[in-house]
Design a protein around this ligand. Structure first.
Ligand SMILES: [Zn+2]
Ligand SMILES: [Zn+2]
Length: 138
């Protein structure tokens, strides 16, 4: 996710570009660890004592509407953000809740029958659940 684009988008929507929102965007940046709203909140809280988790959510929601990040609903109890919007699937370890990316190569093959009347697929969201190698060994 590009922070400059994020700022421009917020401005175009008439949203306030506060230092808190910029910090949230910077923190999402290009990270690959699929942070939860709580994680972003806890990371930024020391610098922005007035930050609320609602601000983290609302900023992320705006960015998701603009397809700048993805909001993953991989786990019912928590929301995770993914600044990588290129097509990929996700794996979550059910023990330690670690989320990993799955890319082409380990993709299950989906075959559509000719009579399935799909014109095109714009987006896919696939979640896999199991144990990561660390948890599987212990
Ligand atoms: Zn694990
Ligand atoms: Zn991802």
């Amino acid at each position: 996710m590009n922070v400059e684009d994020g700022i421009k988008y917020l401005q175009s929507k008439g949203g306030k570009v506060t230092p808190q929102r910029v910090a949230i965007m910077k923190s999402l940046g290009d990270r690959r660890d699929h942070p939860s709203a709580e994680k972003i909140f806890l990371e930024l809280k020391p610098m922005f004592p007035t930050l609320s988790i609602a601000t983290v959510y609302s900023t992320a929601q705006l960015l998701a509407q603009a397809s700048m990040i993805r909001i993953l609903s991989i786990y019912e109890k928590r929301v995770f953000f993914d600044p990588d919007t290129t097509p990929h699937e996700h794996f979550m370890c059910t023990r330690c809740k670690k989320i990993m990316d799955l890319r082409a190569g380990c993709k299950p093959k989906i075959r559509l029958k000719p009579e399935d009347e799909i014109y095109c697929i714009d987006d896919t969201e696939v979640f896999h659940y199991g144990l990561c190698s660390e948890c599987g060994r212990s």
